[in-house]
Design a protein. Structure first.
Length: 359
């Protein structure tokens, strides 16, 4: 009889211990990138969050879901974070810029055209974004990473930017509109998941995304020309609620920061390698990780970069600065002081430098 009692006591102890351990778990609701955006989401982001508790030694109960499976708008992430519905988001900068315009400043169209420049801009401007997110959304920026250069997939022949005139161009956000309109094109805002159908039906003539995401989503099956002129770097970031962040001990915070920094470094390396591989896959070259297609490669000419740079400085920046300064008085001044010197070497010779407190 005493053995039975001992067994029951052990079972009750185990059950109690398990229940107690479950109460120790820290629930974390995470919203990731759309599942259709490609391997950065499926091969890096999802595994990172699924192993975050083991990696940091923090008893996290992470519930990771892609934003498309939740059925919520990807331009409403900051409001949901601020309201407490979410704990941590893989923030889509372009889509959420209407809520916080400084998000655009880190990746202005026509200015971030290569990985090294983009990394320097991120390092210089991230403190501004972090401060704005803290003040307006009670959130902390954990890091910023790229999808890679945002390039053109087109159905009809194109030789350069001037050939976009009259074409309907899919963009991810209305912030592309000034550049596309200046080129004579018609910007059409379409969610990423619906772009393949829009290309297939002829609703749009061209569409912009990273080489990797476009390849993964099958855009080359509905297009014929690949124009790898980078319009921006497709920067996104991880943002955590300060309510949750402040509940961690200083040691746990350090462990999380280290884990996110390593993860973000991995994405930067992966994005660069992925861009090169996907570009090759899209145009019938060697293909290691993507799907092989045979789009006609349209090499950007120097005058394409010059024209895009001019539009960026004379149209895109001015339009963004005017809107951002209305919400945040020092917006464009902060940008000029921090980012202007980094980009000065790229600007057209006859365009004034954008640094210091005046244009």
């Amino acid at each position: 009889m005493w053995l039975v009692r001992l067994g029951i006591a052990l079972l009750l102890s185990i059950a109690f211990f398990s229940a107690w351990r479950s109460l120790e778990k820290i629930p974390v609701s995470v919203v990731g990138q759309p599942s259709m955006t490609g391997p950065i989401q499926s091969k890096l982001e999802r595994p990172f969050f699924e192993s975050l508790a083991a990696e940091t030694g923090i008893p996290l109960d992470v519930q990771y879901r892609t934003i498309d499976t939740l059925g919520i708008r990807d331009d409403y992430q900051l409001q949901l974070l601020k309201g407490g519905a979410l704990d941590l988001v893989s923030l889509r900068f372009l889509q959420n810029a209407s809520s916080e315009p400084t998000l655009l400043g880190i990746d202005l169209l026509g200015l971030n055209t290569d990985f090294s420049t983009a990394r320097a801009v991120v390092d210089a401007y991230a403190p501004v974004l972090d401060q704005r997110l803290r003040e307006r959304f009670n959130a902390k920026l954990l890091g910023i990473w790229p999808f890679g250069p945002q390039v053109f997939f087109c159905r009809s022949p194109i030789k350069g930017l001037s050939d976009l005139a009259g074409k309907r161009i899919r963009v991810g956000n209305a912030n592309f509109s000034p550049m596309i309109t200046t080129l004579g094109g018609v910007p059409v805002v379409i969610p990423f998941d619906n772009v393949a159908e829009a290309l297939s039906s002829g609703l749009v003539d061209c569409a912009i995304t990273s080489a990797t995401s476009g390849n993964y989503a099958g855009w080359p099956a509905h297009t014929a020309y690949y124009f790898p002129l980078g319009t921006q770097m497709g920067l996104n970031g991880y943002v955590i609620s300060l309510r949750l962040w402040n509940s961690f001990s200083s040691g746990q915070q350090r462990a999380l920061e280290q884990a996110f920094q390593q993860h973000i470094d991995n994405i930067w390396s992966f994005a660069k390698e992925g861009h090169e591989d996907a570009s090759s896959c899209n145009t019938g070259g060697p293909c290691i990780h993507g799907k092989s297609f045979h789009l006609q490669l349209v090499e950007p000419k120097p005058e394409n970069y010059s024209l895009m740079g001019r539009i960026a400085y004379e149209t895109t920046f001015k339009d963004w600065a005017q809107r951002c300064d209305q919400i945040y008085r020092d917006c464009s001044a902060d940008w000029r002081n921090r980012v202007g010197p980094i980009l000065s070497k790229q600007r057209p010779a006859d365009v004034p430098a954008m640094q210091g407190s005046n244009p």
